[in-house]
Each structure stands twice: as structure tokens, then as C-alpha cells.
Design a protein around this ligand. Sequence first.
Ligand code: FES
Length: 179
Amino acid sequence: MRQLQEQKASKEQNNNNASNNHSLVTMLHQIQETYNYLPENVLRELAKEKNIPLVDLYRVATFYSLFSLTPKGKHKILTCTGTACHVRGSEKVTEEISRVLGIQPGETTEDGEYSLEAVNCLGACALAPLVVVDEQYHANMTPAQIGALFNGVRKSTCQDKESSHCHCSSVAVGSKEKS
Ligand code: FES
């Protein structure tokens, strides 16, 4: 009988933990949607307001890769380093993205426009080498296609594209020219 009660209590505890984690993820997701990352001061306020230990917020925030504790760019670039992409030349593609944007994987451009992440298999190996820009898949990428890809992204989000101030098609992304 006692064993049964302990099992029931343990199951309830597990359900509570799962439910708490779920609501923490939802709250963190809302913060990330607002700020594009999880600012420390906002996490502190949330912990105080909800009477949640700050360490619990950080535990969840660091467990899920969708959360970031550092500011991210407006555009998220994922380059795949999984096996299929690797054997089809993703390393050179990533190097070219780094050169064009002037950042390494894990970094964000100074103007806050682009963040680059190298990830392990995006689950679309037939499209290798694969680059994902703002959730849009770009298949069979080569280093030679990268400049055009980012000029296209820049053009599609340019505020001045209808005016004579727009130089998107003639300006390369980033500051480093290929020598
Ligand atoms: S290895 Fe790149 S999508 Fe699978």
C-alpha cells in the first residue's frame, strides 16, 4: 500500500515538473519573441514576479537550443555541418558565409542584422549542402552562390527598395571584399 502511494506521489511530482517546464518554456518563448533573445534583467523580473528561482529559468533557457542568452540578429542563418552536407562541401560554403558577413558561426554582425549558426544535420540531407535563411531552405549551395543569396535577402528586407536610395543590388553584404 505504502509503495503504491509513493509511486503515485512520484508520478504526480513528475507531472508537476513537466507542467512547470512547459509553462517556463512558454514564458521564455514569449520573451524571446519580444527581444529576440533572453535579456538578464527581464529574466530577473520574471523570476521575481512569478516567484521562480532564477536558476530554474536559466536551467530551461540553456537546455533548449532555441533560446539565446545573447542578442541575435534580425536574420538567422543556419549552415549545416552534418555528414551529407560536409561531404558535399558545406565547409567551403560556411567559410564563404563567414567571409561575406564578417562573422564566425555563433556570432552576430555588428549592425545586428545577421546571426550565423553552424548546426548538425537539418534533416534534409537530399538538399545538401544546405543553408537556411530565416527558415527558408536553400539547397545545393556553393560558395559562388552565397553573395547572390545575401544580396537577395538584403533586397527583400530593404526599407528603401522602392526609392533611389536603394543600392542593394550593387552593395555586397558585410565589409570584406574577396581578394
Ligand atoms: S547533413 Fe545537412 S541536412 Fe542532413
